[in-house]
Write a protein that binds this ligand. Sequence first.
Ligand SMILES: *Cc1c(COP(=O)(O)O)cnc(C)c1O
Length: 463
Amino acid sequence: MSNALKNLPSVDSGFQKKEVRESLSLFPRETGVEIIRQALDMIRKDTIENNTRGATREELEKKVFDKLSSIKDLYLSSRLKPVINATGIILHTNLGRAPVGEDAMLNLKQVSSGYCNLEFDMESGERGDRSFHLEEKLCRLTGAESALVVNNNAAAVYLILNTFARDREVVVSRGELIEIGGSFRLPEIIKESGARLVEVGTTNRTYIKDYQQVINENTAVLLRTHPSNYKITGFVHRVSPEELVSLAQSTNTIAVEDLGNGLLVKIGKYGLPEEPDVKEVVASGMDIVCFSGDKILGGAQAGIIVGRKDLIKTMSRNPLMRALRVDKLIISVLETTLYHYLIGDYEEKVPAFKLLSTSLEELKRKAKKLAEAVGKIIGDRGEAGVEKGVSYLGGGTTPAEGLETWLVTIKPFRISEDDLNRKLRQGDPPVIARIENGKVVLDTRTLLKGDIEKIVKFFERLM
Ligand SMILES: *Cc1c(COP(=O)(O)O)cnc(C)c1O
């Protein structure tokens, strides 16, 4: 054992080598030394564990150098990096959901690169409340009396139930006990909030009488949840918001709707099924309505809660607010996003909406441009074409219904489509595509400004 390691350089001798010093030159000396030590430890452990036979000093030095180079790269490179979304899924949770608009980024920069009035009341010069910066805009857009913003929509549901149904009961239809990707399971959130879940109805049919039957003096909340990422069709029945509201009013309970995807405007004209928007749900009399800030709203990760003033005020005083609050970066992005809904230019300024509203002709034009350029580059090594296809809104929304789109399809002849897909994923920037019918498919729906040029460059480098 000791024999196998006797040629391992020491930290000091390692640091004396010119190539090592140069490789670590960006770090302060102590950090450089730590990295060498870390590399040496790893080689030592590896040699012992794998019972490696003795190596020459040169071989070990090379091993150490390779190891410290890869450690160094981890520290210097940005692990979170931009990718090109060619999946056609507009709100792709794994790819960061809604892209942030340019105006919103500008506001973020202005507000966050210096100090701001995050919790400062300009009138009185005293401490203000960060929760209410977005309130007027949200109330105007949703028709609600009051509004509050937290870290995400899961946190919104958690806060609502913890405030009003802790140690009491929340009634939910069995058809709405959802799991959203990324481990949002409604029954678990309910449990964590301290509320007791009372399930009613069946998976496919729930009536208002099912709710009526279980209400007792411990019932605090009647919760209606958007079954965001799945759809039951056929023999189905769900209670309407109005029915739930009227039952809540007559039983002194609170009617809550978790919309998931909070629509501030109608989306039927883009070819998606029409759904009630936040304004309509608020108008139905729901006491509290919550939704995400980075789904179709197109802002930043947040949970937006709107509803009755007294209830919002009670929630804002829950000590949990301290753990669920949003920071200035998020508020500034949301504020700009809401501004664009207010003045009505969201199709232009909110990227998620821009992608959603891009016309088929425009997508076809883009697809042709990209397919032609790629086809020219790959020559007889493959084939590039265009095809009609289907994009999705994503983010756990409207799962069954797609949006028409135009795709670029690439059939490589000399490597497999899996290989090409992997190479795309390893590109700089990575291109996230999919494989369909033996071809690599790039959906133009989710390509942003400049992406076509970057994909063309990728193929130029590849060939
Ligand atoms: C997406 C979704 C959530 C979770 O929202 P996040 O903002 O991701 O925390 C909760 N409820 C419903 C109905 C959803 O669709």
